[in-house]
Design a protein around this ligand. Structure first.
Ligand code: ZN
Ligand code: FE
Ligand code: FE
Ligand code: ZN
Length: 268
């Protein structure tokens, strides 16, 4: 009886299916609780400069919120939470804070999808890896993840080593970077997300790396669980593997949220 807190919707432009079908499949797979966390509008670019196909438009945000709340009302026996996946962009914290205050979110996932303007997880920009040093990228990525933790904007940090998505690996041992980052997240009092989408990405691994997860467990950082489903049939996929990984890292509980207040429940 797992929880899936990272479901997208057709509004982002690169996911498909009716939201009701995500709910139906969650039921079929016996999930005990779900949360939608679609991509927040690209608030950090002016509306006329926003690329299409990455996130919902401004006017879709209230519609998204209303549809999640309606699904919740229609499904009294399955808790359906209102989440959002929000890009962390240093310097743009006040803008994001304003947006987040407008809606009754249960939780906010913070994501690093950009390194200084480069959308490194977008298959259209793979050439950005050429000529860049993996260790430099890893240090910048984790520096941003630490800043996201300290920002106070987020409840959980989504796919917290997304940089490995296309197989980019550090050249040197980054254990100290994992340890330091886990300590910063613990001090911030927020969660990290164990995200199974990496199983279907070129890297073929759950996010984050088991060593990082172990440090997080050691420092008492709770976790949220998510498939990052962009299609109904992906709801809950990989969660048994994620639960296995969590147990190996030492976890016994996972985090759930209501109106941004955390409750830990037993893993399984
Ligand atoms: Zn997406
Ligand atoms: Fe993401
Ligand atoms: Fe996502
Ligand atoms: Zn994501």
């Amino acid at each position: 009886m797992a929880v899936d807190y990272h479901l997208h919707t057709y509004r982002c432009g690169h996911a498909r299916g009716r939201m009701a079908d995500y709910v139906r499949i969650a039921r079929e797979r016996g999930l005990r609780e779900i949360g939608f966390a679609d991509h927040i509008p690209i608030y950090f670019h002016a509306p006329e400069q926003r690329p299409s196909g990455l996130a919902m438009a401004d006017e879709e945000l209230p519609e998204y919120v209303a549809e999640v709340l309606a699904l919740r009302a229609d499904n009294p026996d399955l808790p359906i939470r209102l989440g959002i996946e929000a890009d962390y962009i240093p310097g743009r914290e006040p803008q994001l804070a304003v947006l987040l205050e407008r809606h009754p979110f249960d939780y906010v996932l913070g994501s690093i999808h950009y390194l200084d303007g480069w959308g490194f997880d977008n298959p259209d920009f793979l050439d950005g890896y050429r000529g860049r040093d993996a260790d430099v990228l890893y240090h910048r990525y984790f520096e941003l993840l630490q800043a996201a933790a300290r920002s106070g904007l987020f409840d959980s940090l989504a796919h917290p080593d997304l940089l490995k998505k296309f197989g980019c690996r550090p050249r040197s041992d980054i254990t100290p970077l994992y340890r330091k980052t886990a300590a910063v997240i613990a001090a911030a009092g927020i969660c990290i997300e164990v995200n199974t989408a990496g199983l279907w990405a070129p890297v073929g691994e759950i996010y984050p790396h088991p060593i990082f997860l172990r440090f997080c467990c050691g420092f008492g950082v709770p976790v949220t669980l998510g498939s990052d489903a962009h299609a109904p049939e992906r709801v809950g996929s990989g969660l048994p593997e994620a639960i296995q990984l969590l147990k190996q890292a030492g976890y016994r509980e996972i985090a759930t949220f209501q109106r941004r207040r955390r409750t830990l429940i037993p893993l399984e």
